[in-house]
Design a protein around this ligand. Sequence first.
Ligand code: SAH
Length: 348
Amino acid sequence: MEKTDIKSLTKDELTQKIKEMGEPGFRAGQIYDWMHKKQAVSFEEMTNLSKNLREKLNEECVLTALKVTRVQESQIDGTRKYLFALADGNLIESVFMKYRFGNSVCVSSQVGCRMGCRFCASTIDGVERNLRASEILDQIYSIMRDTGEKISRVVVMGSGEPLDNYDEILRFVKLLTDENGLNLGQRNLTISTCGIVPNMKRLADEKLQINLAISLHASNQKKRQELMPIANKYSMEELLDACRYYFDKTGRQLTFEYSLVGGVNDSREDADELAGLLKDLNCVVNLIPVNPIKERDYVESTREKVLAFQHKLEERKINATVRREMGRDIDGACGQLRRRHLEDMKGD
Ligand code: SAH
């Protein structure tokens, strides 16, 4: 019989499981507390449970935990990039960022990715597997243990496409924002998607207050198709309709991510066209100078181009921010550290 992934269970499901094990229901509260408030990594740590119960838990359940494989700390801004090993040996990346308003963690949702965006390192070898809710939570919990810091914002913007792993992501959202656990405010959680239209609508219908970020990266269908294969599946029109739907259902302002690639999507005309596209949406555009990866020949836009692009959008009354480039000295972009590590291992 496969062991139960206990950290992925909601409190109600855990209570049921504990009762099935012949234990009183209040034990579930204690275990839930150990996992989600105290970030325990083993049943042995749960000292207010009897030895007998801890042994039974070990027999019937697994408590996932990540192994820190590599940490790189930026000398520029204190960003810490973690490479974690999962129980099956797969590697994932997460990032810890310090801002004036608090600490953020960026988590991965899959091992690898199958979306194929042209400039992204995570997708080069495709997807290995989905992460479980517990494994997504573990990235935050491990970083809390390692840094001893509180986390006030979480973004699902690491490797993987969260809406390609819908059920586990939704479970993760519920556990992370549960008042019996870390109790993160839903408004402090952002999910970033390349635009899987049906699942954006599904998410809108969940009646949550989480933020949605959409990786747009182009101002028209043709250019988007060149950069992002997902555009062949869902047109720009369908994507923007789904964005409108998300806003109508949740009232949350949308974020559009736009990675500026030198000579590809960074001209004034591109900015103008983008402004036209977004004019009736309540949104902010987050401009990200592309982080060049060695497997592709895309180049970063110049500082002047980035600022001119921002200026053009603002002239046309579209809010636009330029993302502070955190951790550029430490393989900050999606999937870069994992690739680097795997290549180093091959070279050994
Ligand atoms: N799959 C999700 C989340 C992962 S990536 C999504 O597509 O939104 C988080 C953001 O970083 C996305 O906007 C992605 O397109 C962007 N990104 C990936 N690699 C990049 C790179 N090398 N330079 C700049 N942005 C990159």
